[in-house]
Design a protein around this ligand. Structure first.
Ligand SMILES: NC(=O)c1ccc[n+]([C@@H]2O[C@H](COP(=O)([O-])OP(=O)(O)OC[C@H]3O[C@@H](n4cnc5c(N)ncnc54)[C@H](OP(=O)(O)O)[C@@H]3O)[C@@H](O)[C@H]2O)c1
Length: 306
């Protein structure tokens, strides 16, 4: 049975670009570092947003990938759960005057159940959704004309419980304490919905930008560090024999992001466009986008007022 589509990196959208510069959040994570390895071997320059520069430097050095000034790999330390820090990072990054060809919104977190409180709810939503929206909205001026934006989503979004009434409730939708698994699923659904609506809002202002949300597959990874002991044991020792590995997941996501035959704003699983959030109509998508935008604008204006 063929699960992965044929992965091809010969198309001109990937290869024949004036420049090849990528910004990747969580680029030192399980799937993230495979994006980095793959892109670097194909001549790309990478900027990784990491929660720990020292750890990222050690990690890539131990993997034989040179990093730092005069190399192809650069690190930017930023805690994505803190929107003021994200706004600061984006402001500084823009001063580097780079033109970005690919943005991979890969960082993600599933919070521990035993530390589940209002702060954890906000942190999770910020990492999984709002920080990435903030980066995309602020980076518009430095994105290449034919830029690709890859949002790393999750099939968990099918299990999210988000009703029209919740959407109408405003920011409560983003920050309600539904429990870690439900909050993770909702955040990934909101991320895909944001991506879909983003393409509509950019249709005239940035017609060359392509946004695709991709489920990478289920991969044993650091994401599961906060799950219960049985799941952690199975994920570490049993499931690796059955699940997708991080390299295949990263290749699938990249391949999907650079395809030219997908409708802009699609959500994809295993190379196929899948409807995410079946119950959402245009009004819902626009309301979700508006809520996320509001958080982004608040974070940006808070930074200006500092
Ligand atoms: N693995 C799967 O089965 C699976 C399935 C569906 C979707 N996904 C998605 O795939 C993406 C990659 O996940 P993964 O499986 O590779 O897990 P991972 O190894 O835990 O990678 C997640 C990355 O996000 C970073 N991150 C988390 N919180 C952050 C914060 N506050 N500030 C900065 N960086 C932060 C992590 O850094 P730290 O280590 O410093 O926290 C790590 O580098 C995620 O978006 C995840 O939701 C994964």
């Amino acid at each position: 049975m063929q699960i992965l589509p044929k992965l091809d990196f010969t198309n001109s959208a990937f290869n024949n670009r004036a420049s090849k510069i990528a910004l990747i959040t969580g680029g030192d994570g399980t799937i993230g570092h495979k994006f980095v390895e793959h892109l670097i071997t194909r001549g790309w320059f990478i900027h990784v947003v990491t929660s720990s520069r020292t750890r990222a430097e050690d990690f890539f050095t131990s993997h034989g990938i040179p990093n730092g000034p005069a190399t192809k790999l650069h690190f930017h330390e930023c805690d994505l759960s803190k929107l003021d820090k994200v706004a600061q990072f984006v402001g500084d990054f823009k001063k580097e005057n780079l033109q970005i060809d690919l943005v991979i919104c890969n960082a993600g977190v599933l919070h521990p159940r035993d530390m589940w409180n209002d702060q954890a709810v906000a942190d999770g939503m910020n990492v999984n959704v709002i920080s990435h929206a903030l980066m995309i909205e602020s980076l518009h001026p430095v994105l290449a004309r034919d830029n690709r934006i890859l949002l790393v989503g999750s099939c968990c979004s099918h299990g999210a419980f988000v009703t029209k009434r919740m959407i109408k409730s405003g920011t409560q939708l983003l920050y309600s304490a539904a429990g870690p698994y439900q909050a993770y699923a909702s955040s990934k659904l909101l991320l895909a919905s944001y991506g879909e609506q983003l393409t509509l809002s950019m249709r005239t202002s940035h017609p060359g930008h392509q946004v695709i949300t991709v489920h990478p597959g289920v991969v044993p990874s650091g994401l599961y560090r906060n799950t219960n002991p049985i799941t952690r044991f199975a994920t570490a020792f049993i499931l690796p024999f059955f699940l997708r590995n991080a390299e295949d997941a990263a290749l699938l996501c990249l391949h999907t992001a650079f395809r030219d035959d997908l409708p802009n704003g699609s959500y994809c699983e295993d190379g196929k466009v899948v409807r995410c959030g079946t119950k959402f109509d245009k009004e819902d998508l626009s309301a979700i986008y508006g809520l996320i935008q509001k958080e982004v604008q608040t974070a940006l204006s808070d930074k200006k007022n500092l």
